[in-house]
Design a protein around this ligand. Structure first.
Ligand code: NAD
Length: 267
């Protein structure tokens, strides 16, 4: 068993990372940042997202564990005061995990430029640099609608509680293999019309976004933002790869949603 640690630069996270290293050494668990079996992130959801993108080329051999040093996170099951129990679980690890779907984003460009492929754990959004995005949305080969507005957000089930929720998307249970498309401020009037509600597509379907004219697009992949020029179309579907979290104890998803967004209702 080889473990890598990635922490954010908050003082508490640095201290927790140091303590975890000591505990791992005492338990004779090897620390290997290059080829780990498990990546432990210490911080918040953002730290886990960075860890995911850093190790995205090793997903078939890697499992993730998130320790949160701030508020409750969606990808962070462990608290900083549970390190001893976490190391005990690592010692007794028998490879158990839970896997969740990822988003595969392919950007196809005008001309000869080679297409670019990306993965997202939470979501990808498409917006136009400075102005209204005008794009045709296809589901598979079929034209679905012409979108005009600020942008489009396509999220994974685990990402559904992130940006997707803020733009009116539904929360999906992470065991569902589905993708959700939510609109970001669509223009709707007698001339322009979109569905105006989030839609959830099945595992074997894809969303294709084609721009009616050459536009400079701002594409986000979780916390990463890129500017894309000469885009012909963008394909979004469930990735062949999935993300695996080492699961040593069960966290009830709906309890976590309720804790994070509703809190103590009976005071
Ligand atoms: P960040 O890391 O500061 O995260 C912003 C907030 O989103 C944090 O409170 C984080 O805990 C929360 N978050 C991240 N993933 C989540 C998930 N799957 N479910 C519930 N909450 C989640 O911000 P960043 O580094 O710029 O972006 C990372 C992610 O933050 C994005 O992928 C996006 O989902 C989310 N985000 C949300 C909004 C919004 O709701 N308006 C805005 C920006 C980013």
């Amino acid at each position: 068993m080889k473990v890598a640690i990635q922490n954010n630069d908050k003082e508490i996270s640095v201290e927790v990372a140091e303590k975890l290293k000591e505990l791992l050494q005492a338990a004779e668990i090897e620390i290997d940042p290059t080829n780990p079996d498990i990546l432990i992130t210490i911080g918040g959801d953002g730290t886990l997202l960075s860890g995911f993108h850093r190790y995205a080329h090793q997903l078939d051999t890697l499992r993730f564990i998130g320790v949160h040093t701030g508020r409750l996170g969606f990808y962070t099951d462990w608290r900083e005061y549970e390190l001893e129990s976490l190391v005990e679980s690592l010692k007794n690890d028998d490879g158990q995990y839970v896997a969740y779907p990822l988003l595969d984003v392919s950007v196809v460009y005008e001309g000869d430029r080679q297409e670019n492929n990306f993965l997202a754990l939470n979501e990808s959004t498409i917006q136009k640099k400075g102005g209204t995005l005008v794009s045709d949305v296809f589901i598979n080969e079929d034209h679905f609608e012409r979108f005009r507005g600020d942008g489009i957000c396509v999220s994974t089930p685990t990402g559904s509680t992130g940006y997707n929720k803020s733009v009116g998307g539904a929360v999906l249970h992470p065991s569902l293999e589905a993708l959700q498309m939510a609109e970001i401020a669509s223009i709707n009037n007698r001339v322009f019309r979109t569905l105006s509600s989030p839609l959830v597509i099945a595992k074997d379907e894809e969303i294709v976004i084609k721009s009616s004219e050459a536009q400079e697009l701002v594409l986000t992949l979780d916390h990463i933002t890129t500017t894309e020029t000469d885009v012909k179309e963008i394909h979004m579907k469930i990735a062949e790869e999935s993300v695996r979290f080492a699961r040593y104890r069960h966290m009830h998803f709906w309890n976590r949603v309720s804790d994070a967004f509703i809190g103590d209702r009976y005071q």
